[in-house]
Design a protein around this ligand. Structure first.
Ligand SMILES: [Zn+2]
Length: 183
């Protein structure tokens, strides 16, 4: 029987979590020399707003390369594409992989307005994304600091560095407003 080939990454390189929205979070992200988290998250928020205007759940994501350049941006498109996997994170990962002609995005950072779900957390792990910045926590569907906490599981072989609570107020209000209007 074939043995399952494990990643060589030691488990102690797992994600570390810092208090969401804390001063520490803001300082850490501002100190990050690879990009401008505020600008990238601004772009992700604009994608979330555009998704809402199309009748999609307002979540936006941006993929940034090691120099801070935005290489892909998208909002949710599950309805438009009739594709339950067309979450913003999946779309930017697919586009990034197409652009780089690689199944891995080592050294790339992903910004998303909402805590990723289990599917997206898995894709982020498989793509070897370096850092994940997310906005609002998602108690109902999130899989990073809620739910299955995908990156903390021993079956997860690559975990990005995780920074939560980036612009969480605006990201959260966008979602609340969307679901309020639909009621
Ligand atoms: Zn997702």
């Amino acid at each position: 029987m074939m043995a399952f080939v494990c990643s060589t990454l030691p488990l102690d390189q797992m994600a570390f979590h810092i208090p969401l929205g804390s001063e520490m979070t803001r300082n850490l992200t501002k100190a990050d020399g690879t990009g401008n988290p505020e600008t990238a998250m601004e772009t992700a928020l604009a994608e979330a707003r555009a998704a809402a205007a199309r009748g999609e759940v307002p979540v936006g994501a941006v993929l940034v390369d090691g120099t801070g350049r935005i290489v892909a941006r998208a909002g949710n498109q599950t309805r438009e594409l009739n594709d339950p996997s067309a979450h913003a994170e999946m779309l930017v990962i697919r586009e990034g992989c197409r652009a780089t002609q690689s199944e891995r995005l080592t050294g790339y950072d992903l910004y998303v307005t909402l805590e990723p779900c289990t599917m997206c957390a898995a894709a982020i792990s498989f793509a070897r994304i370096r850092r994940l910045y997310f906005g609002a926590e998602d108690e109902k569907g999130g899989a990073v600091v809620n739910g299955v906490r995908f990156f903390d599981q021993p079956t997860c072989h690559h975990a990005p560095e995780v920074y939560g609570g980036i612009d969480e107020k605006r990201a959260g209000e966008l979602l609340k407003g969307f679901f309020r209007d639909r009621r």
